[in-house]
Design a protein around this ligand. Structure first.
Ligand code: ATR
Length: 285
């Protein structure tokens, strides 16, 4: 609430999301609802920024007095070099999705991984301590999630990837944080059989490829947690075959909501109105 007081003098708080494309982003609807619900006078706007315009756009955060921005495809990695300071979440995942403008200084955070873990714990499994976790995919999305998962003291994180080298490289990068290994997806049988939590971070199964799944039903154990980062569709093929095996299923919408909630908390220092944010996103579909 102190932070809100500080923002009051100008009487108006400006926020936005930078990306290319940006027209279909659900962040403006979600954050407008959050501002309204918390009584903060301000706006959160879509900012169509092309790669060649990123430099000027970032300077604009300072010159136009934005409190902060979210950053999406294709700028998450490139924007790092413009930050005055990087939080560990950004440093260790190599990407920024949230910028906080603090009196002329830009601080870069990555709330994707923490958002994912908060959603998983709220919606599917209360603690990750001691769990055997399998992550499918070794791209940018997997990186943020593996980082956040390792902060929760799991027994192990196994990264499965079509291209084994990427899985092994990522495992090596996070070795200092806990028990983590990389495997080719073709050798995944044993890891999947013993998993407590299986997480898809690839785009396999995303709209319009509704019938694709990164792993087949035979490879899924019964009754475990199966999570998919995809939220279009809300229930992927992977989740529907997992449901048939009596698994607890967890979709990607919660990750989107909570990455926004944590960003909001960085900007304002008060709890985000998660319920209002989720409602706004669901209504915008
Ligand atoms: P993102 O930032 O969304 O994670 P990315 O960095 O391009 O995107 O990574 C995409 C991930 O999905 C990778 O792990 C990729 O596997 P490869 O490293 O082998 O390319 C995985 N992926 C994408 N399409 C796939 C497919 N059809 N089958 C299996 N894995 C796939």
């Amino acid at each position: 609430s102190n932070k809100i007081q500080e923002l009051k003098p100008s009487g108006y708080t400006l926020l936005g999301v930078m990306g290319d494309p940006i027209a279909h982003s659900k962040s403006p609807a979600m954050h407008q609802a959050a501002l309204y619900k918390t009584g903060i006078h301000g706006d959160y706007v879509p900012l169509h920024v092309k790669p060649e315009g990123l430099d000027a756009a970032v300077k604009g955060i300072k010159s136009m007095g934005f409190r902060g921005v979210n950053v999406t495809i294709p700028h998450k990695v490139e924007i790092m070099s413009y930050m005055d300071e990087l939080d560990d979440s950004a440093k260790l995942t190599g990407a920024v999705n949230t910028v906080v403008h603090e009196e002329g200084r830009l601080i870069g955070y990555n709330t994707d991984g923490a958002g994912y873990v908060r959603s998983l714990k709220e919606e599917a499994i209360s603690s990750l301590e001691g769990k055997l976790i399998v992550v499918i995919g070794a791209g940018g999305a997997a990186r943020g999630i593996v980082y956040a998962l390792l902060l929760e003291s799991p027994a192990s994180v196994t990264i499965l990837n079509r291209t084994m080298e990427r899985a092994e490289k990522m495992a090596a990068d996070f070795k200092a944080m806990g028990q983590v290994q990389g495997l080719p997806i073709s050798e995944a049988h044993h890891a999947l059989l013993h998993a407590d939590i299986i997480i898809n971070t690839t785009s396999v199964g995303m709209h319009p490829n509704l019938h694709e799944t990164p792993i087949e039903q035979d490879a899924l154990p019964e009754g475990v947690v199966v999570s998919d980062l995809i939220y279009n569709p809300l229930e992927t093929k992977l989740l529907s075959i997992a449901k048939e095996k009596k698994c607890i299923i967890h979709g990607g919408l919660g990750m989107f909501i909570y990455q926004g909630a944590i960003a909001f908390e960085h900007w304002f220092g008060i709890p985000a109105p998660v319920h209002a944010m989720r409602k706004a996103v669901l209504e915008s579909f």
